[in-house]
Ligand binder design. Structure first.
Ligand code: FEO
Ligand code: CA
Ligand code: CA
Ligand code: CA
Length: 682
């Protein structure tokens, strides 16, 4: 799309007030349409969703907990991409998790400590990814439930392992004794949209699903060595205290196999079977190493096998966003590892960008070219506003077999245990790195740091500078950095290949009534105060605000602010790194006080406004637009997640029209359009 729409450098809407109502609220002049809900059929093999817990077969229905999402334009007819089409396309979205209680008639059941197989299969298949065709007709947007392109990818879908870890003994399982294939993807959080028309889905909180029987640390040490237990622990794959049973989310691994030899459920038991080969080819002791990757999907070929891109490292992958593509320059991919005190990463491809690849038809082969060979870096943020990208390359610096603290074996080991490599390199421990977004005009990279209840005065640093107590908090943790912040960086020379950068903090989350001297440092007011930023997205480069940049959109997941408002979406005209200055303030928490200095951007003022408030108990997640910017798709994740079949705490989306409704709440994709047909936000 070559049409560039330049609007004044103001946000052309009235800020939406904070709200606890059970509706999606948007500014006047905008409409909300509910497009694709939990359980909606994607083909004719299943009927309409009854939404009473009786439904089955989520392999043919929308999954739960809609998250990261990309829109890909389709040609007017047929199945080929057309990145300029704003009225027909594929919507690809993640189903991160489930609200288990609503998936069964009276919530989940367990008999004698064992989950029913049918319930477990349903819960597993409600995870994964949807690909659906959508169309804008005379009556607005709808999804095409008969499209041949519709697809559900689940934790059972066969996948290929690609990149340097392919074939590593770390990936040997009974499913793939040579470590070249994987089965499924899970806890898919944020997304990535690649210029060659493929989709990236990112495996985030996968560790929690695995069962480990009592004594497994001891068996694992005997079979695979103590390093294997250290590595599991570093990724949250703990056994209980004193090596006791760790059941795993939803107790899935207690269920009987669906049929003899069917290991689809058994794979969630990572316990070492001492009767099997020590290298893991006979059980699922290495199955957790199959997760924590970036996965590339070709949405235009429903028969294609997704590829786990191991060169991008293994972590709690929140998302993966490609930076600007410039001919002859190696592109960068930015990624957060979302857990407390984890790192931010950049992968730089070894291939230089060729614009012709954007229209190639062998899309996953193009992915091989850019994503399988290159260098993974981890971020170090310095107090003076500079930073370094430190390479995760086996044999360089401390990443050798000689380093007794970490003892890396090879590059596959470094990538599979990127967190250990980051520890060895001295990377900066951040306040939960969530989404990244790159300004398509300037190349500056923004990163949400959602919150961190474990941040103390003693562990603050310039890039994670606040430790305080939020007096208003009723939900979530109130201490540490309960409201989060958005950091941004500018690569040296504005080059994706740079090994150094400058950074500052774009905005600090805070209630507008909190102390501007040390908490509400960005001077947020009632029109734009927020907490726990999470989703982050730059509008298309064809839709440029007056100061020469597309709008920045920020979504929240507010544990610390839900006493005051449901979660929200804000729009911003961003500035640039260094447009503010240096700020020194006083942290005070837990009897400790210290002076802290950071780099802070210009206070956003009216260049940041609240655009949307979601329904009760939801998180605002995925976001993308059509190429013309006139339709924005947003995901409403887990409305009413705190309730159950007998105590519904939300009725959304049934409540969307009037604020009240009946029936179980459903995660859903909405589409927002403007009454005058204009570009959203401008
Ligand atoms: Fe799935 Fe870190 O959010
Ligand atoms: Ca998130
Ligand atoms: Ca979050
Ligand atoms: Ca969530």
């Amino acid at each position: 799309d070559t049409t560039v729409t330049v609007a004044p450098a103001t946000l052309d809407f009235t800020a939406v007030p904070k709200s606890l109502a059970d509706v999606v609220a948007v500014p006047s002049g905008y409409q909300v349409t509910v497009l694709y809900r939990l359980g909606d059929p994607i083909n004719g093999s299943v009927g309409a969703y009854a939404n009473d817990g009786s439904d089955t077969t989520f392999s043919a229905r929308a999954g739960d907990h809609h998250d990261g999402m990309s829109f890909f334009g389709l040609a007017a007819t047929g199945t080929a991409p057309d990145p300029t089409n704003s009225s027909r396309g594929l919507l690809v979205l993640n189903h991160e998790n489930i609200t288990q209680s609503y998936l069964h008639p009276n919530g989940p059941t367990t008999t004698g400590g064992v989950r029913p197989t049918a319930e477990v299969l349903k819960e597993i298949e409600a995870h994964g990814v949807s690909v659906i065709e959508i169309n804008r007709g005379t009556s607005g947007w709808s999804y095409v439930n008969s499209s041949s392109l519709n697809r559900r990818i689940t934790p059972f879908t066969p996948m290929d392992v690609s990149g340097p870890v392919k074939g590593s003994a770390l990936l040997f399982t009974a499913y793939s004794p040579t470590g070249v294939a994987a089965r499924g993807t899970i806890n898919n959080c944020a997304n990535g949209t690649l210029p060659w028309n493929t989709y990236l889905t990112n495996e985030e909180n996968w560790a929690g699903y695995f069962r480990r029987e009592a004594g497994d640390n001891a068996r694992r040490t005997a079979a695979l060595g103590a390093r294997s237990v250290v590595a599991f622990s570093r990724y949250g794959l703990n056994t209980g205290s004193n090596d006791a049973l760790k059941a795993g989310n939803y107790n899935w691994a207690t269920a009987a196999a669906p049929a003899a030899g069917d290991t689809r459920i058994a794979k969630f038991n990572a316990t070492v079977d001492a009767t099997k080969a020590a290298n893991g080819t006979g059980d699922f002791r290495n199955e957790p190493n199959q997760y924590g990757w970036v996965v590339e999907i070709d949405p235009f070929d429903p028969a294609s096998t997704p590829r786990k891109r191991t060169a991008l490292g293994r972590m709690n992958h929140e998302g993966c966003v490609i930076g600007r593509t410039i001919a002859g320059v190696r592109p960068a991919f930015y990624m957060g590892d979302d857990a407390q005190n984890e790192y931010v990463y950049k992968f730089v491809s070894s291939a230089t960008w060729s614009a012709a690849d954007a229209s190639a038809t062998n899309r996953l082969a193009i992915g091989d070219k850019y994503l399988d060979t290159g260098t993974l870096y981890v971020g170090k943020f310095n107090a003076d506003g500079s930073g370094q990208w430190l390479p995760l390359v086996f044999g360089q610096g401390p990443l050798t077999g000689a380093n007794s603290a970490y003892a890396f074996a090879d590059q596959a080991d470094v990538l599979t245990h990127a967190r250990l490599a980051g520890d060895a390199l001295g990377a900066t421990r951040m306040d939960r790195p969530e989404w990244t977004a790159v300004n398509p005009v300037t190349g500056e990279m923004y990163l949400t740091l959602t919150n961190n209840s474990s941040r103390t005065v003693a562990t603050t640093d310039a890039a994670n500078p606040r430790a305080y107590s939020d007096p208003k908090t009723t939900g979530g943790a109130s201490n540490g950095n309960p409201n989060g912040h958005v950091i941004r960086l500018r690569e040296t020379g504005d080059s994706s290949e740079a090994l150094t950068f400058a950074w500052d903090i774009y905005a600090f989350g805070a209630g507008s009534d909190l102390n501007p001297a040390n908490i509400n440092l960005s001077n947020l007011d009632a029109t734009n105060d927020f907490s726990s930023p999470d989703g982050l997205w730059f509008a298309r480069p064809s839709n440029v605000a007056g100061q020469g940049t597309p709008l920045l959109w920020i979504e929240t997941d507010d544990g610390a602010y839900t006493d005051v408002t449901n979660c929200m979406l804000l729009a911003a005209i961003p500035g640039t790194v260094g447009d503010g200055g240096t700020r020194t303030f006083t942290n005070s928490l837990g009897g400790q006080t210290e002076s802290q200095t950071t780099r802070i951007g210009k206070a956003p003022g009216t260049a940041l406004k609240r655009f949307l408030i979601g329904p009760k108990e939801c998180e605002i997640t995925g976001i993308d637009s059509t190429p013309d910017g006139r339709s924005i798709f947003v995901n409403i994740q887990h409305p009413g997640e705190g309730g159950g079949p007998s105590n519904l705490t939300s009725n959304w989306p049934q409540s969307q029209a009037s604020g009240t409704g009946s029936g179980r709440p459903r995660s859903a994709t909405i589409v927002i359009t403007k009454s005058d047909g204009g570009i959203i936000g401008l």
